[in-house]
Design a protein around this ligand. Structure first.
Ligand SMILES: [Fe+2]
Ligand SMILES: [Fe+2]
Length: 198
């Protein structure tokens, strides 16, 4: 790969068991590629930190029962502040630390990656540029056909209703490039899934 993303293959392999939870094996590769796209606009960001953080940000879901994830993490009163949301962040830091140590990353990198993973859904404001990039890449699949196909079911909505909800929230992107990619994805989705009739 010309963008040197193969540098992280060993981490993918070490994290592979955790990818078999909550469709991480679809969500995370997609988000990883959007992170690569965003990084092209931000050479001053820390590439290793952003890519490792997105790769590992959701592996904590592996420790949590899928039924609890759906009921509390997606359909509960306040899904983004639910217990399972906090737990997936805490477990993500734990598993992420193990994976990064096993694959030989420095404690300095591990600390920066874990700082982003811890609170990536529940923290109100991002802390810095690396955090902002990861947050934007994480949200992006909500605008893409594949992501909508999966998330609409989790939230118990039709694809159109879910996408309309996401469209109303597009201001939550941290970077103008993130927002632009999301809008482009959504335009493709609307056409592909025929929202003018469905
Ligand atoms: Fe998450
Ligand atoms: Fe995520």
């Amino acid at each position: 790969m010309s963008n040197n993303a193969a540098r992280y293959d060993e981490v993918w392999r070490a994290a592979e068991p955790y990818m078999r939870a909550r469709k991480n094996d679809i969500h995370v590769p997609l988000a990883f590629h959007w992170t690569l796209q965003l990084l092209e606009h931000y050479p001053q960001a820390n590439r290793d930190v952003c890519l490792l953080a997105i790769l590992l940000h959701d592996i904590g879901w592996w420790a949590i029962d899928m039924e609890d994830i759906i009921q509390q993490g997606f359909r509960g009163e306040n899904p983004l502040q639910s217990d399972v949301r906090y737990r997936h962040e805490v477990e993500g830091v734990r598993f992420g630390t193990e994976v990064l140590r096993k694959t030989g990353w420095s404690e300095e990198i591990i600390a920066q990656v874990c700082e982003i993973i811890d609170g990536h859904d529940t923290r109100k404001e991002p802390r810095h540029l690396n955090d902002r990039i990861v947050r934007d890449a994480d949200k992006m699949w909500r605008y893409n056909v594949t992501g909508i196909a999966i998330a609409a079911d989790w939230f118990g909505k039709t694809p159109h209703a879910y996408a309309a909800d996401m469209e109303s929230k597009v201001a939550w992107f941290e970077t103008p490039e993130g927002r632009a990619i999301a809008e482009k994805e959504l335009a493709v989705t609307k056409k592909a899934l025929m929202f003018h009739v469905l």
